[in-house]
Design a protein around this ligand. Structure first.
Ligand code: SAH
Ligand code: SF4
Ligand code: F3S
Length: 504
C-alpha cells in the first residue's frame, strides 16, 4: 500500500489566463460535490480532478503509481496534440513513460497513408496479448484514423478490447472521456464529425524545454484530390492572434527560444477570423515577442504564398532561413488533377521570386510519386523542377489510395514496380543536389540551436542551423537550449561536423 500521497501533490494545471496573470489551476480546490461546469475549459479541469481522485483509488489498490504512454504517429500537428494529452495525464497523476508496457496506452493515430494505419493495427495485436494478462490495463485510440467510419467499424468488430476511442475534434474533452472510461467496463466511443470550437488554456507538456510547436490553425479546406486530411481534420479554423501571442510569451517565459507555427496551410491563416488578418501579419506580431529567437512554420501551400510573406521573411531577424514548399508533382497536368491550384510554371516563378528576395534561403519540399495516371513524361517534369529549384532536401512519398478521396475513384493506378523505379531515380537526384548544396556551406560559421547530446557519441552535441540542417560538435551538456556559433568544418552529405567558436 502507498503510505502517502506524495505524487498527487503539485498537481497544478499550469495555465496562464487573462494576459499577465499566471493562474494556476489547483485541482485540489475544485469542489467535486458540485455538478460539472458547462463552460470550457473549467469543465475539463473538473474532470481532471475527478480522474485524479479515481486514479488515486486505483493506485492505492495496486500499491504503486500508474503509468501511461502516449505513442504518436503522423505529423507535427499530431505531435502537438500528444503534448496536450501528456499534459493532462501528468496533471491527473499518471507517471508518463516511453514503454508500451504501461497501465494506460494511448495511440494518437495518422491516416495520411495506408502504412500509417497498418502500423496501428500491428501495435494493437501486440497489446491484446499484454492486456489479456493485465486486466486493469486501459487502451485508448485517438487522432486522424478515428475520424474514418470504416476504421471505427473495424475496431468495434475486431479490437473490442480497446477501452476509449475519440477523434481529432474532441481532443479537448480528453479528461472528461477518460473519466467516463475509468468508471466504465465498456468501450467509450466519442467521435465528432466536425467542430467550430477551439478550447484554449488546457495544460500541455512540452517534449523539449527550448523549442515548441504552436498551433495557429486547425483543419484544411483545400481538398487536394489524394488527401484525407480535410476529411479527418475538418474545416479551417484559425486561433485568435492574441491567444497565439500569449501562448508564445508564456513559452518564452518558460525557456523556449524557438517556435514552430503549425497549420495544414499556414498561408490561409486568419481568413475566417472576426477581424481577418494575414499570416504575414501574424508573423510580424510573433516577431515582436521579446526573448524569442527563432520562428519556423509548417506548412505553407504554394498556391497562396504571398509577396507580403516573402517581404516579411526577408526583413525578419527571427524567421529561420528555411521554407518548406510542397510541390507534390512537377507536371501541370497532374497538379490540376491533384487540385493543387498551381502550375509548374507558377511554382517555379514563385521560387524565383523567393530566391531573388532571400538569396540564401533553404528550400525543402514534399513530392508524391505514383499518383493515378502519372506517366514518364509527368515524372520528367518532377525531376525537372527538382533540378531547377535545387531543394536542400525533400520528403518523397509513394501515393497511397485513401478511401473517400476523389483520387481513390481514379482507375489508372500506376504499377508498383514503375513507381519504385521512379522513386529510386528521384531519390538519387535529390541526394546529389542536396549533397552539393550542403558542401557549399562547409567552412562557414553559423548560429546553431543546441538541441541534444549526440546519440552515438557522448562527447558531441547536436545543433540545428537556421536552415534546418544538423551539425555535431564537441561541447558541454549545459549548452542544450542555447544558441551558439559553430564552424562547419566538414560536410557529411546531409549534416556537418563542426567546432564551436566564440563570437563577439
Ligand atoms: N498540408 C500539407 C501536407 C500535409 S500531408 C501540404 O499541403 O503541403 C504531408 C504530405 O503527405 C503531403 O505533402 C503529401 O506529399 C503526402 N500525402 C498526402 N496524402 C497522401 C497520399 N494519399 N499518399 C501519399 N502521400 C500523401
Ligand atoms: Fe492535404 Fe492538400 Fe490540405 Fe495539405 S493542403 S492537408 S495536401 S488537402
Ligand atoms: Fe496524419 Fe493527421 Fe497529420 S492524417 S499527417 S496526423 S493531420
Amino acid at each position: 500500500m502507498i503510505a502517502n500521497d506524495d505524487y498527487f501533490q503539485n498537481s497544478y494545471a499550469n495555465v496562464k489566463r487573462n494576459g499577465e496573470i499566471r493562474m494556476q489551476i489547483n485541482l485540489d480546490e475544485i469542489d467535486l460535490t458540485n455538478s460539472e461546469p458547462v463552460v470550457e475549459p473549467e469543465r475539463q479541469y473538473y474532470f481532471m480532478a475527478k480522474c485524479r481522485e479515481e486514479l488515486k483509488k486505483q493506485s492505492q489498490e495496486l500499491g504503486r503509481k500508474l503509468t501511461a504512454s502516449v505513442n504518436t504517429f503522423g505529423c507535427q500537428m499530431n505531435a502537438r496534440d500528444s503534448e496536450k494529452i501528456v499534459g493532462i495525464l501528468k496533471n491527473i497523476g499518471y507517471e508518463v513513460i516511453e514503454s508500451e508496457n504501461a497501465d494506460f496506452v494511448i495511440y494518437n493515430t495518422c491516416t495520411v497513408r495506408e502504412n500509417a494505419n497498418m502500423k496501428v493495427y500491428g501495435h494493437l495485436g501486440y497489446l491484446k496479448k499484454i492486456k489479456s494478462k493485465k486486466k486493469h490495463m486501459k487502451i485508448a485510440l485517438c487522432g486522424c484514423m478515428m475520424q474514418e467510419e470504416t476504421v471505427i467499424e473495424k475496431i468495434k468488430k475486431s479490437y473490442s478490447f480497446v477501452d476509449l476511442v475519440f477523434g481529432t475534434h474532441n481532443i479537448f474533452k480528453f479528461a472528461e472521456l477518460l473519466y467516463t472510461c475509468m468508471i466504465s467496463e465498456r468501450m467509450v466511443l466519442d467521435i465528432w464529425k466536425d467542430t467550430n470550437e477551439i478550447v484554449e488554456d488546457l495544460p500541455s507538456e512540452r517534449k523539449f524545454s527550448f523549442k515548441a510547436g504552436v498551433n495557429i490553425m486547425f483543419g484544411c479546406n483545400n481538398f487536394c484530390s489524394y488527401c484525407i486530411v480535410p476529411y479527418v481534420r475538418g474545416r479551417e479554423r484559425s486561433r485568435n492572434p492574441e491567444d497565439i501571442v500569449k501562448e508564445i510569451e508564456e513559452l518564452v517565459a518558460d525557456g523556449v527560444v524557438e517556435v514552430m507555427l503549425l497549420g495544414q496551410n499556414v498561408n490561409s491563416y486568419g481568413k475566417n477570423l472576426e477581424n481577418p488578418m494575414t499570416f504575414a501579419q501574424l508573423l510580424q506580431k510573433v516577431e515582436k515577442v521579446e526573448g524569442l529567437k527563432r520562428i519556423r512554420f509548417m506548412t505553407p501551400h504554394p498556391k497562396d504564398l504571398s509577396l507580403e510573406l516573402i517581404e516579411v521573411m526577408k526583413n525578419s531577424k527571427k524567421i529561420c532561413n528555411h521554407l518548406h514548399l510542397p510541390i507534390q508533382a512537377g507536371s501541370s497536368r497532374l497538379l490540376k488533377i491533384m487540385n493543387r491550384k498551381y502550375t509548374k510554371e507558377q511554382y517555379l516563378e514563385l521560387v524565383e521570386n523567393i530566391k531573388k528576395s532571400i538569396p540564401d534561403i533553404s528550400l525543402t519540399t514534399d513530392i508524391m510519386l505514383g499518383f493515378p495516371g502519372e506517366t514518364e513524361e509527368d515524372f520528367q517534369d518532377t525531376l525537372d523542377v527538382v533540378r531547377q529549384v535545387r531543394y536542400d532536401s525533400a520528403y518523397t512519398f509513394i501515393y497511397s489510395k485513401r478511401t473517400g478521396t476523389p483520387a481513390a475513384q481514379m482507375e489508372n493506378q500506376v504499377p508498383e514496380e514503375v513507381v519504385k523505379e521512379r522513386f529510386q531515380r528521384l531519390l538519387a537526384e535529390i541526394q546529389k543536389i542536396s549533397a552539393e548544396l550542403t558542401k557549399e556551406d562547409e567552412g562557414t560559421v553559423q548560429e546553431v540551436l543546441v538541441e541534444e547530446r549526440n546519440q552515438h557519441d557522448e562527447q558531441l552535441l547536436t545543433g540545428r542551423l537556421s536552415n534546418n540542417l544538423l551539425v555535431h560538435f564537441k561541447g558541454e551538456e549545459n549548452l542544450i537550449g542555447e544558441l551558439v556559433y559553430v564552424k562547419l568544418t566538414e560536410c557529411k552529405g546531409f549534416y556537418y561536423m563542426g567546432e564551436m567558436v566564440q563570437m563577439e
